[in-house]
Design a protein around this ligand. Structure first.
Ligand code: SAM
Length: 317
């Protein structure tokens, strides 16, 4: 199992600081310039096409698109990232504009998956948001746990189109028979490199929506939308508090989108060296805003120290 995790997270430095630190010197000038517009991604009609040219890998019982292959097939596809005010920096061949780290599976995702099973977090009939989803594995776990609706958000639209959506299709459509079993997360199959055909029930996708863009823009889009969008019972978010510059947008998004009695499960490293964010800084930020209460529910000491924090409204039951 540890091996699989390494395979999913090949970078020796497992902190999102690479994603953010690279931008640090430009951050001041970009902060005001660059607010990534929000967009809802439509679900393609021909689902088999979604997995075309994708090479799949497996971690635990979940399939995910091999990122290096996406990178090879998409480089040069520089149109897809609409940025409200132009940002000139490019930190990935694949993603023009600002890239926020959704191209790999970060280790706190696995911490949160472990926590969901240890604490028997119940997704059945819940409305769930995977905020800063990247590969979307947390949302996929919620779908498998029979959530009523799961929405996925990533900063980068290329991540949603090329990674998140294909991963949902690979795990939930092509293995439709597993969807009913809900909590079957045992690794029962050998890793497969070939994409399975998207042949199961596409109904699962009726329970999903996909969004890209900066948090404040996405929450505005959701709140303004004609489509009814009830607030979320559960928001899951992993490795999204590395950059203190985003705390205000993140906090407001949680406050706007979480149901009064809902709960946020946030997984993070204790400290993000080089970027400055971390769990205690975000905890303090939340305290000062006086909207939410927090509870540290798990600390993981192997490797870089990491935490799982629950966040709920102060006046919730
Ligand atoms: N949750 C995934 C995981 O654990 O593998 C991805 C983590 S990645 C380090 C950080 C994620 O947060 C990215 O997917 C990025 O799109 C999102 N993100 C970070 N800052 C953001 C912002 N200001 N607005 C919207 N999304 C943001």
């Amino acid at each position: 199992r540890e091996k699989s995790r390494e395979a999913a997270d090949p970078a020796a430095d497992s902190s999102p600081k690479l994603a953010a630190a690279k931008h640090q010197d430009e951050a001041a000038s970009k902060k005001k310039l660059c607010v990534k517009a929000a967009k809802e991604h439509s679900i393609p009609e021909g689902l088999n096409k979604v997995l075309e040219n994708k090479v799949m890998e497996t971690v635990l019982d979940l399939s995910y698109v091999k990122l290096s292959v996406v990178e090879m097939t998409c480089s040069g596809d520089a149109d897809s990232e609409g940025i409200v005010s132009k940002s000139v920096s490019s930190h990935s061949d694949l993603i023009p504009g600002v890239y926020e780290g959704g191209l790999k599976i970060w280790e706190c995702t696995f911490d949160l998956m472990d926590y969901f099973s240890e604490a028997e977090v119940e997704f059945t009939n819940k409305t769930v948001l995977d905020l800063g989803c990247g590969a979307g594995l947390l949302g996929i776990v919620a779908l498998r746990g029979e959530a009523a609706r799961v929405h996925f958000q990533d900063y980068n639209s290329t991540v949603i189109d090329q990674i998140t959506l294909p991963n949902v299709v690979a795990n939930c459509i092509s293995e439709g028979r597993r969807m009913g079993s809900g909590k079957d997360t045992k690794a029962s199959k050998p890793p497969s490199k070939r994409p399975r055909k998207a042949a199961g029930s596409p109904d699962v996708l009726n329970r999903c929506r996909f969004f890209s863009g900066e948090w404040s823009q996405v929450s505005q889009l959701l709140l303004d939308s004609n489509k009814p969008c009830s607030k979320y019972d559960i928001i899951v978010t992993s490795e999204t508090i590395y950059n203190p510059d985003y705390y205000s947008a993140l906090h407001d998004t949680l406050a706007q989108l979480l149901d009064r009695n809902g709960c946020v499960y946030l997984a993070s490293k204790v400290h993000y060296f080089g970027v400055g964010g971390g769990i205690y800084l975000f905890e303090k930020f939340i305290e000062e805003k006086n909207v939410f209460r927090t509870r540290m529910v798990k600390t993981i000491d192997q490797g870089l120290q990491r935490c799982i924090m629950e966040i709920a409204f102060k006046n919730s039951c």
